[in-house]
Design a protein around this ligand. Sequence first.
Ligand code: ZN
Ligand code: ZN
Length: 361
Amino acid sequence: MTTGQIATLVGPATLELQEYDVPEPGPGAVVLRVRRANVCGTDVHQWHYESLLLRDAGLGHEFVGEVVALGEGVTTDFAGQPVAVGDRVVPVYYLTCHRCPPCLRSEFNLCQNGLAEWKIKPEIPPHFRSGFATHYYVFPGQYFYKVPDEVDDATVAGANCGLAQMLFVIDQVGIEPGETLVVLGAGGLGLYAAAVAHERGARVIAVDGVQERLELAERFGANETISLADHPEPADRVARVQELTDGVGADMVLEVTGVPASFVEAIDLARVNGRIASVGNLNAEASVTMTPGILTRKSVHVQGVLRYHPWYLQKAIRFLARRQHLHPFEAFTDRSYPLAEVTDALKAGESRSVARVAIVP
Ligand SMILES: [Zn+2]
Ligand SMILES: [Zn+2]
């Protein structure tokens, strides 16, 4: 039996590479070899012990793998395409139980048991439940999709988190051709959102503090950028968006910074009766002071969006196949590290100097 390694959290900002036997897949399951995994902002939070649910879990959820073994009965992916050993696939990183109250309302993105396997300690078989590892175990019923040959690993590695989620957010909140979208935060999520909104015919204004990210945002379809260096106060940014929208404000504002103050800023940036998507703020304790009366007076629509419906991953792969020549998706992962240097990869991811760093086991 071959063995594999998995980066496991054993304390705050403390990872251990643990070695386990690579299991045979049970009926309906698939075993992958991880080809490339991205460091996402959520991984950095998890690394710092900020996710109570995932304290014992392995790290990594954005990745592309290669099929090494198919369990009994698995002949296709979740779009009905035939799969075989050697095919590259991306899995949805959470589960949909089809039995909990949100699943029964077809709110699959909110499945209460979505992390039921991921949160388990890697020492318990089948061990490989996260992406910073040599292998990954796709559970029966866990959605996965084949990656077409023309989409390379660097391009597709972020599809199962950022891109699928941004496609879902924009469908949930809605953007019309000609409308203005302000994206607060031009990291991975913000860049994907710019690309999706650009395809939908929206005008995109990207806001960030890192010049390198704003330059990338333009290559991902942003029509205008606003730098925090030039517009340090929220009021300056609101004034700039007012200027760019003939005093109207943004039709939609997408918050992907994870900074609580951005939520308040989003309300100020939106037009009257505009839409706000709250996505980046996930911390259950970080707070901010705001005036609820502004929400009422502006009649803005606030929508929080967690994860995505699992079939959006297939839409994400198709989006990449269709649009990869228009935007530098491969620039998402401009630095890569071997699995043994996973801590350095997380530190580089935390520094926010690049959109994403990758681990290539
Ligand atoms: Zn992610
Ligand atoms: Zn469920």
